[in-house]
Design a binder for this molecule. Structure first.
Ligand code: FAD
Length: 376
């Protein structure tokens, strides 16, 4: 039970916000969750997950649902662009001996699992709703919502993502998201028979991977060097993505490229990142997830650390006798781990952009994965 918080508002119904709502409910606080999108959509193709994410799924109570709809496998295979094997890397079974160390799922499937768990836990979900104003005093937070309600809460959690409006309202001088010099392409394909776990192919200026996301589907992801942030129209995606895959002579990649079509759900996204220095809270308003530490996908751990935030936040609020103590303990416990993920991901991107030291790249990957496997 969390004694210092009887009522809470979660702003943003992404992976982090839904996880926060579930964790609060487990400890006796049934929050309101406002999500700006009336249809509560989740964009993008698949998402890659690691053993630490599965540990968090177990804490949230959604591991079984994930196992049914997603894909959990062991190891990561790295090849050159023509398909020659470079390395088979182990992925530690962080969540327990019964749960593989790596995996993937379609983003809408994970969002649906979390949404069902959020509602089942007892949160009041308000879709198509956001905040107009947040004001606070020593005893609580008053929030005017866009649905006309004015509510008073003991705690407000900003989980509204990379372009967080809660961050803007609470920390107007905080660093802004910055373009990193790379973009990412993703597409959904039928799962090839020979793909049992994540496989990556490396070529100059582009890194391509495939990851199973269910028994029948996989997603392709490509990280591409791109000095300036470019806008592309969706009608160009198929042609541009096919062209980008031309340097890969690996027979499977050639087959996958030829199979891409208008129904491949191709997504293009320039990469941006931001991390706020502590404090991550102001009075009774705290930021979690991408709102406070948005990373590039080089370690495939952004969703992981956002969902971990939710577990640790609820844990520290339960432990502390007051809100200030709980929020301070939360950010102290999270800072180093989240900094490590954001900064190491950025470093990996820099090495790729400048065709830098491959050994440093491999060592950074290895030490980061080991750090993520440590307790959250
Ligand atoms: C290209 C790319 C690939 C990635 N791949 C991976 C990967 O493979 N593995 C991994 O672990 N991570 C990956 N990540 C990172 C991961 O997607 C994010 O870290 C994660 O989705 C963050 O979740 P979040 O809930 O904090 O924020 P978001 O997912 O951004 O969710 C924010 C939610 O808040 C809502 N919202 C926004 N503004 C408001 C408002 N004002 N009021 C109310 N609601 C609002 C939004 O509609 C949304 O539902 C990737 C990121 C990128 C960019």
């Amino acid at each position: 039970m969390i004694n210092a918080v009887r009522s809470a508002l979660v702003i943003g119904g992404g992976f982090s916000g839904m996880s926060a709502a579930i964790e609060l409910c487990k400890r006796g606080v049934k929050p309101d969750l406002v999500e700006i999108d009336a249809d509560w959509r989740s964009y993008g193709a698949g998402i890659t997950l690691n053993g630490a994410t599965f540990r968090t799924f177990r804490a949230l109570g959604i591991l079984d649902a994930f196992m049914e709809r997603g894909s959990a496998t062991d190891g990561l295979v790295v090849c050159t662009s023509d398909g020659t094997l470079v390395a088979k890397l182990p992925t530690p079974r962080v969540a327990g001996p019964d749960v593989p160390g790596s995996g993937g799922i379609m983003r809408p499937a994970l969002a649906a699992i979390l949404a069902a768990a959020t509602r089942a836990a007892g949160a009041r979900v308000l879709l198509g709703t956001t905040f107009e104003t947040i004001t606070q005093d020593d005893d609580g937070v008053t929030v005017v919502l866009t649905n006309g309600e004015t509510r008073r809460y003991d705690l407000a959690i900003g989980a509204d993502g990379l372009f967080s409006k809660v961050r803007e309202a609470m920390f107007p001088n905080a660093p802004k998201p910055a373009y990193t010099g790379q973009c990412v392409w993703r597409a959904v394909v039928d799962r090839p028979d020979e793909i049992e776990t994540t496989v990556m192919w490396l070529a100059p200026k582009i890194k391509l991977g495939i990851n199973p996301v269910s028994k029948t589907q996989a997603y392709l992801f490509a990280t591409v060097n791109q000095p300036t942030k470019q806008r592309l129209h969706e009608s160009e995606y198929l042609e541009v993505f096919r062209k980008l895959l031309k340097p890969f002579a690996a027979p499977l990649v050639v087959r996958l490229r030829e199979g891409l079509n208008e129904n491949s759900s191709i997504v293009y996204r320039p990469l941006e990142a931001v991390i706020l220095p502590k404090p991550w809270h102001k009075g009774r308003v705290v930021l979690i997830g991408d709102a406070v530490h948005a990373t590039t996908p080089h370690l495939a751990a952004g969703a992981c650390i956002g969902m971990e935030d939710a577990v640790v936040l609820a844990d520290e609020l339960e432990r502390a006798g007051d809100v200030e103590g709980g929020l301070t303990a939360f950010e102290n416990r999270r800072w180093e781990r989240c900094r490590m993920v954001v900064e190491n991901s950025l470093r990996l991107g820099e090495i790729e952009i400048h065709d830098g030291d491959k050994q440093e790249h491999a060592a950074t990957m290895r030490t980061s994965m080991m750090a993520l496997a440590a307790p959250m």
